[in-house]
Write a protein that binds this ligand. Structure first.
Ligand code: ADP
Ligand code: ASP
Ligand code: MG
Length: 588
């Protein structure tokens, strides 16, 4: 007999009729001889409504009480669904997170799952019952030893489902929702978005964290780590939906289910060059022109970062291989001759990256990397972050020293370290999907000291306050006294906390100044084929230039390119990129 974990989202259980429909679906699956664990969300917009109630009473309610309140939403749906199943003659029992043994850390509001104690659930399954579990919630053993209700963070029912599937060694975890699966973009924003039949966990992790809310990123992280089959499909049809694929198959170990080793890879890529253009005009089409010329010249660009600075001019920095430096310099000089600006390039550079699915949502990891390098006296020429990877470019003379320091800091062994790995050349699409994240704010710290430790100090202060930086960009240009600017984006909700967290640093850097940028949104393209395709970034910039959209900030990692644009340009930017890469054509 096969065991499946099936999760039904809020819309799918949004009314009595829908609960009854879901119950029929479950009954059919049970009739086919499957063992079933069902995870449900709160009905419709219940969680939002409960939050709004709390806000009427307090603008800053205690997190413990918020968890107590929000967890009730899922309890309503499990009881109703269980009743509906029993009405159909299917033996079913509802259980809270605590009853099924979902044990979490004690942090309220965004607790991570430590383990799932499966005994009780297995007993019920052995009795032939369908177990209906409340998603989004768990239980912690607080310091005093008393159990407390915790929640996993908004959208967390997906994570409950995949955690149960992992712990129970289920055949698959199926996420039933109000769309046919994972599409090339959010169909609410891009009406001609197409269904993908499969997507790699790496790509999905990026998309989910860059605004594709169809899956909770932490659910993808678990699927990726433990190699559990994860499927997203429609609650209303029998179509197969989208299957997520993962290479890894880590056994469930002694470390916490969601708190395993966050960093499991260290990579050094030598013979890199960094080319920085500063003081170039801040207008649509400049990045597109530059990177088109480079790609026409056959140059494969790796990381790109760009931020706007005083006087409305831009700095763009990118990396390429040492072998391509001279040609790239020549092409950049042509552009500067036409548009103005300054060029500063540096060969003999090395890119050092740490990777691991657990980097996500743990800002302390990037901070530890930067801190380790700064203690070793190593200056960071460039930083690029993604959900699963943090890269920095350093002087190649310091490569060996950096490797030693970082492998010690993260306790990595030789198997986890790779030097100059060959890129994977299998045919993956350069862009699989696009996403829009409207939840971003942009800050710049002007005139910070240009010495080892500055970025580390900034990241550490934010990390200590629990804030993750989405992108961080150091300026190419220097102020008269040598200082540089650092720009970063973070979640809007963290804005206030960030200014407080940075204040002590600003006091230490007397010439520095914190500036909040205008309202922004971030549009991203993700594709596993990006590292081996020349010109993907230039095509994305061209797509935006063609519709007259100016790019305020660029940040790339290996498999994604993100552009920060003005808030009001978000939807048109998303649509422009989607159609430029012809994602409206049926996918395979
Ligand atoms: P549920 O309540 O079932 O968990 P969610 O609202 O959390 O549903 O997620 C489904 C929604 O995700 C869809 O209605 C869709 O608008 C949105 N979405 C965003 N990006 C994508 C994407 N790339 N593919 C599919 N849906 C997406
Ligand atoms: N009900 C919770 C929310 O709305 C959890 C979920 O639906 O996944 O965020
Ligand atoms: Mg959801």
């Amino acid at each position: 007999m096969s065991l499946f974990v099936q999760k039904f989202g809020g819309t799918s259980v949004g009314s009595v009729e829908r609960i009854q429909e879901v119950a029929k679906r479950i009954a059919t699956s049970k009739d086919q001889g499957n063992d079933l664990v069902i995870v449900v969300s709160a009905m419709g917009k219940t969680t939002d409504q409960l939050s709004a109630l709390a806000q009427q009473i307090s603008s800053n309610p205690p997190q413990r009480e918020m968890d107590m309140l929000l967890a009730t939403g899922e309890q309503v749906s499990i009881a109703l669904l269980s009743m509906a199943l029993n009405e159909l003659g299917v033996a079913a029992v509802s259980m809270t997170g605590s009853q099924v043994g979902i044990v979490t850390e004690s942090l309220h509001g965004k607790a991570r799952i430590l383990e799932v104690r499966t005994e009780r659930i297995k007993n019920r399954l052995n009795e032939g019952q369908v177990v209906v579990v409340a998603g989004f919630q768990g239980t912690s053993l607080s310091s005093g030893g008393t159990a407390e209700i915790t929640t996993l963070g908004r959208g967390g029912s997906d994570t409950s489902a995949i955690a149960l599937a992992t712990a129970l060694n289920a055949e698959a975890c199926e996420i039933y929702t109000d769309v046919p699966g994972v599409l090339t973009a959010d169909p609410r924003k891009v009406p001609d978005a197409q269904l993908m039949s499969s997507i790699s966990c790496d790509e999905m992790l990026e998309l989910a964290s860059l605004g594709a809310a169809v899956l909770h990123p932490r659910a993808v992280e678990i699927a990726r780590n433990y190699g559990v089959k994860l499927v997203v499909r429609s609650s209303w049809t029998d179509e197969p939906g989208t299957t997520l694929t993962s290479q890894s198959k880590r056994p469930l170990g002694r470390e916490g289910l969601e708190l395993g080793r966050p960093v499991d890879g260290l990579e050094l890529v030598e013979n890199q060059a960094v080319i920085g253009l500063s003081h170039i005009p801040d207008q649509p089409g400049v990045a597109a022109d530059l990177f088109e010329q480079l790609s026409n010249g056959g140059i494969n660009v790796d990381l790109i970062i760009q931020a706007t600075h005083e006087g409305n001019s831009n700095d763009i920095t990118f990396t390429t291989s040492q072998a391509e430096l001279t040609t790239a310099e020549k092409l950049c000089s042509n552009l500067i001759a036409r548009l103005g600006g300054k060029l500063r390039s540096q060969g003999e550079m090395t890119k050092l990256s740490i990777s691991g699915a657990g980097i996500m949502g743990r800002p302390g990891i990037a901070a530890t990397l930067f801190d380790t390098l700064s203690r070793a006296g190593i200056n960071l020429r460039l930083i690029a972050t993604s959900e699963v990877k943090v890269s920095c470019v350093i002087d190649s003379k310091l490569g060996a020293k950096a490797l030693r320091a970082v492998s010690e800091a993260f306790e990595l062994n030789d198997i986890q370290i790779s030097i100059n790995p060959q890129p994977i050349t299998s045919s993956q699409p350069e862009v699989s999907g696009v996403a829009l994240d409207a939840d971003q704010a942009q800050f710049s710290v002007r005139n910070v000291p240009d010495k080892p430790g500055t970025a580390a100090a900034l990241c550490s202060s934010l990390a200590e306050a629990g804030i993750s930086l989405e992108a961080i960009v150091q300026s190419e240009r220097q102020h008269e006294d040598g200082g540089r600017d650092i720009s970063f984006t973070l979640k809007k909700e963290d804005k206030k906390l960030a200014s407080i967290a940075i204040a002590p640093l600003l006091a230490m850097w007397p010439k520095s100044q914190l500036i909040e940028g205008p309202a922004i949104t971030r549009v991203s393209a993700v594709g596993a084929g990006m590292p081996i395709t020349i010109g993907t970034a230039s095509r994305m910039f061209r797509a935006l230039a063609e519709v007259g959209i100016n790019i305020a900030m660029i940040a790339t990692s290996e498999i994604r390119t993100s552009c920060v644009v003005a808030e009001e340009d978000g939807i048109s930017a998303l649509r422009a990129v989607h159609s430029y890469f012809e994602l409206e054509k049926p996918q395979h």
